[in-house]
Design a protein. Structure first.
Ligand code: GDG
Length: 487
C-alpha cells in the first residue's frame, strides 16, 4: 500500500454541491478525458490568436468522442496562470489543473520525464530517482484526481491518459467509487528487470490497478504489467484480466493509429502536392530524398541514422548532390539536461557531416529544429522517397503511420526500427535494429535499389493494415471495452 494511504486520499471529499441544481455553474460531465495537457497550446507568435489547437490525431479523435458525449477535458494548459485558456474548445468543455513552476520542475521534468520516461524506454538514459520528485508527482496526481472527482457525474466514465497520471485511477476510485475508469498508456510498459528499479514500484502498480480497464499499445506491455502486478501486489489472474481487492480489472492492447481520412485528403490537396514538388525542386531534384521527423528525444535514435548516412557518404555510397536528407527535430523538454545534450550532440554530428560532405548550395543534411504546420509535414512526407524511423524504443510511432498514409500512389519506402510499437503492424517496412549501424546502411541500400513492384507490394501491405483501424476506431475500441467492464 502506498504511503498515501487510502484513508488519506479518501478523506478528501469531492466538492460536489449538496444539490447540484442550486449551483447553475455546476455541470458534472458524464464523460471526462483527463490528460497532462489540455488539447490547446498557447502561442504568442505574431498573427497567432493566443490559444491554438494542439496538432495531432489523438486530439482530433478524443475531441470528436467528447463532442458526441458532451464531455469535459481536464488538463494542464502548459503555461502559467496569467494565460488562462478558454473554457470551451470546438464544443467541448475544458477544465484547467494548475501546476506551479516548482511542480513543473519536479512533477513534469523530474518524475515524469527524468524518472518514468527513461525507465519505461529501456533505460536508454539512466533514470533519476528523487524522493522529492515522487512526493510532488503524488501531490499533482491527487490534484488531477480531485478535479475529476469534482466534475464527473454520478456513474460517469473517465478516461485517464499516460505516464504522468499513473496514480489517478486509484486516487479517483477512492474519491468516487461510483465512476468507471479507463487508463491508456501511450509509452511502453517495461519488463520486470527495469521496473523493479523503481523505489515506488508497488505504489505505481496500485495506482494503475484503480482502473476498470488498462490499455497498452502492445500485448507485450500488457503482459509486463500483469506479471508485475501479480508478483508485487495481491492481484491474481492472467495477462488479460486481474482480480484485485475484490474488483475485476480488464487489461488489453489497443494500438493507436492516425486520422487516415484527414491525411489522405491533405496528401491529395493540390496545394500540398505543389509544395512537395517545390521542396524537391529547391533541393535540386535529388535522386533520393531521405526524411526523418521526430521530437528531439534521445529515444528516437536520430543520431544513429545520421551516423549511418555519414558512413555511407564516407564510403561513396551516397553523394550530397544526388541523395539529400532532411531531418526535422521538433523542440521538446528543452530545460532537461539530457535533451540539451542530445540537441548539442545531434547538431554537432549534422554540422560535421555537412562540413565534410556538403557542397556550396548542397548540404548533405538539411536540419530544422522547429515545429512545422501539419500541411508542411504532409508535403515533406509526399516529397520523401525514404522515411527513416529508427527509435531505440517507442510506444507506437505515429510518424511512420502518417508517412504510409501519404503514399497513395504506393511509392516511398519506410525504414523502421523493430523496437517501435508500429513494427508489429507495419510488416512491409525495412526493419532495422537501431543499434546496428551496418544494418541501417544495408536497409537504406536495399530501399534505394528496390524495384517498383517490391515497393508497391510493401506499401500496399502497410496501408491495408493502417486503414483497418484509424484513430477513431482506436478510441471506439477502448471505450467499448471499458463499457463492457461495467456490465
Ligand atoms: C507518444 C509516444 C506514441 C511531429 N513533428 C511535427 C508534428 N509532429 C507530430 C507527428 C505525430 C506526433 O507529432 C509524434 O507522434 P509519435 O507517435 O511519433 O511520437 P511521441 O510524440 O513520442 O508520442 C508514441 C504516441 O504518443 C501516441 O500514442 O505513438 O510512441 O512516444 O503525429 O505528426 N506535428 C506538427 N509539426 C511538426 O513539426 N504539426
Amino acid at each position: 500500500m502506498t504511503e498515501h494511504s487510502s484513508s488519506q486520499i479518501g478523506s478528501a471529499e469531492p466538492n460536489i454541491p449538496d444539490d447540484p441544481f442550486d449551483d447553475p455553474s455546476y455541470e458534472p460531465a458524464d464523460f471526462v478525458v483527463v490528460a497532462n495537457r489540455l488539447p490547446l497550446r498557447h502561442s504568442s507568435a505574431p498573427g497567432d490568436d493566443g490559444w491554438l489547437p494542439s496538432p495531432g490525431g489523438l486530439v482530433s479523435a478524443l475531441t470528436s468522442v467528447l463532442q458526441n458525449r458532451q464531455g469535459l477535458w481536464i488538463g494542464w494548459p502548459g503555461t502559467s496562470a496569467d494565460q488562462e485558456p478558454p473554457s470551451t474548445y470546438e464544443g467541448i468543455r475544458l477544465k484547467t489543473v494548475a501546476i506551479s513552476a516548482e511542480e513543473y520542475e519536479e512533477f513534469y521534468l523530474g518524475f515524469s520525464n527524468a524518472t518514468i520516461w527513461p525507465l519505461y524506454h529501456d533505460a536508454i538514459r539512466s533514470p533519476t530517482f528523487h524522493r522529492t520528485w515522487w512526493h510532488t508527482y503524488r501531490e499533482v496526481n491527487l490534484r488531477f484526481a480531485r478535479t475529476v472527482a469534482e466534475n464527473v457525474a454520478p456513474g460517469g466514465t473517465v478516461w485517464v491518459h499516460d505516464y504522468q497520471l499513473q496514480l489517478v485511477p486509484q486516487m479517483l476510485r477512492q474519491l468516487r467509487p461510483d465512476v468507471h475508469i479507463g487508463f491508456f498508456l501511450h509509452i511502453p510498459f517495461p519488463p520486470s528487470e527495469l521496473f523493479m528499479q523503481l523505489p515506488w514500484r508497488r505504489e505505481i502498480l496500485a495506482g494503475l490497478l484503480g482502473a476498470d480497464l488498462l490499455g497498452f499499445q502492445l500485448h507485450s506491455s500488457a503482459s509486463n504489467f500483469s506479471r508485475l502486478a501479480r508478483r508485487l501486489t495481491s492481484a491474481t489472474g492472467t495477462d488479460s484480466g486481474l482480480d484485485f481487492e475484490g474488483r475485476a480489472i480488464r487489461i488489453g492492447s489497443f494500438p493507436i493509429s492516425v486520422d487516415c481520412d484527414q491525411i489522405v485528403e491533405l496528401a491529395a490537396d493540390p496545394k500540398v502536392r505543389a509544395r512537395a514538388r517545390e521542396i524537391r525542386e529547391g533541393l535540386g531534384n535529388p535522386e533520393f530524398l531521405l526524411l526523418g521527423v521526430d521530437r528531439l528525444d534521445y529515444t528516437k535514435g536520430i543520431q544513429q541514422r545520421i551516423k549511418a548516412i555519414a558512413e555511407m557518404l564516407d564510403d561513396g555510397l551516397l553523394s550530397a548532390e544526388r541523395q539529400v536528407m532532411i531531418q526535422i527535430a521538433v523542440p521538446s523538454r528543452e530545460s532537461d539536461a539530457h535533451y540539451e545534450q542530445e540537441r548539442h550532440d545531434l547538431e554537432r554530428a549534422v554540422s560535421e557531416v555537412n562540413g565534410e560532405h556538403g557542397l556550396v548550395g548542397h548540404p548533405a543534411i538539411h536540419y530544422l529544429h522547429k515545429n512545422l504546420p501539419f500541411d508542411e509535414l504532409i508535403a515533406l512526407y509526399l516529397a520523401a522517397d525514404i522515411m527513416l524511423v529508427t527509435p531505440f524504443k517507442d510506444g507506437m510511432n505515429l510518424v511512420a503511420k502518417e508517412y504510409v498514409m501519404c503514399r497513395g500512389d504506393l511509392t516511398g519506402k519506410l525504414i523502421l526500427s523493430e523496437f517501435a510499437g508500429a513494427a508489429t503492424e507495419l510488416r512491409g517496412a525495412y526493419m532495422v535494429n537501431p543499434h546496428d549501424t551496418d544494418g541501417i546502411k544495408e536497409s537504406i541500400l536495399l530501399a534505394m535499389n528496390a524495384g517498383p513492384k517490391e515497393t508497391r507490394d510493401r506499401m500496399s501491405r502497410m496501408r491495408r493494415m493502417i486503414f483497418r483501424r484509424n484513430v477513431y476506431d482506436w478510441a471506439k475500441a477502448f471505450l467499448a471495452a471499458l463499457a463492457l467492464t461495467t456490465q
